[in-house]
Design a protein around this ligand. Structure first.
Ligand SMILES: [Zn+2]
Length: 278
């Protein structure tokens, strides 16, 4: 994306070996020939550095001195290790501290950024938004002058983001999506997949999907009285998912159940869940 005042925001997809349906993670370069920064650094693989440095060269950008990490997952953070010759300062949220240190060590120049902190780069103002849900220290970068949001894994181009305990929190995730919806947006740069040009539709799609899942859980519990998380997962996904991802699907159901328990709608006795007051 070429901006009026010569700063650029460049999406750099780097290969991710394991995360079907996504085969790449997006890193973003922001800046101009005098200064730039990188948002997310991909996998700890040689290709990461090759792709990022190719994009820096092609777009005539300065080499970044700052790397912002949206979260600590292995497809977003450990690529920093490949970039050690930049001597970068790494920025992340303090809730992500443990995961980030593990992901990027021995690199240790870390600076913690909080919600609504601002950074200026190549005369662009970037606003940090703490958007927990996928992980507790997830951050998004908002560029008000361009109405662009770099969403990390809060929004992906295809399908929905995985939310599962213990690090994922469905209540926080829904709150985060509602907050993002209130921003002025023309475009979302997702953690995976292409630029999203219909940001509000995508946010609505994800919110609706989560609400549908929640309603499905509630009506199954109304009809069956007691169900375990495994039984709920079997009934909801029937035969639509491969056994290898059953555990992941079950974790999503558990994230919904935790939200419903906190809201007082659902109760739990041993492994069984039930509707409160029924
Ligand atoms: Zn992630």
């Amino acid at each position: 994306m070429q901006l009026g005042h010569k700063a650029k925001i460049i999406q750099v997809p780097v290969p991710t070996p394991t995360l079907y349906p996504h085969t790449t993670t997006n890193c973003y370069l922001i800046g101009n020939e005098y200064e730039s920064l990188l948002v997310d650094a991909g996998y700890d693989r040689k290709e990461t550095k090759v792709e990022i440095e190719k994009a820096i060269e092609q777009n005539h950008l300065a080499r970044p001195e700052k790397i912002i990490l949206t979260h600590s997952h292995r497809d977003h953070a450990p690529g920093v290790r490949q970039l050690s010759d930049w001597s970068p300062t790494v920025y992340c949220h303090k809730n992500e501290k443990r995961g980030i240190i593990e992901a990027i060590s021995p690199i240790s120049k870390i600076s913690y950024i909080a919600d609504e902190a601002t950074l200026n780069i190549a005369s662009l103002k970037l606003v940090v938004l703490h958007g927990p849900g996928h992980t507790s220290g997830q951050i998004n970068i908002y560029i008000p002058s361009e109405q662009i949001l770099l969403a990390g894994d809060n929004i992906v181009a295809e399908g929905t983001t995985w939310i599962g305990p213990p690090e994922g929190n469905m209540s926080e995730y829904i709150q985060t999506l509602n907050r993002l919806k209130r921003l002025k947006l023309t475009c979302i740069g997702p953690g995976h997949g292409q630029w999203i040009k219909n940001p509000y539709e995508q946010l609505e799609f994800v919110l609706k999907r989560r609400l549908q899942r929640e309603n499905q859980i509630k009506s199954l519990l109304v009809n069956h009285e007691y169900l375990t998380a495994t039984q709920l997962t079997e009934k909801i996904y029937e035969n639509t998912i491969h056994p290898s991802v059953f555990y992941v699907a079950k974790k999503t159901i558990e994230a919904h159940l935790i939200k419903l328990i906190n809201e007082g709608t659902v109760g739990q006795k041993d492994l069984n869940y039930f509707i409160v007051g029924s």
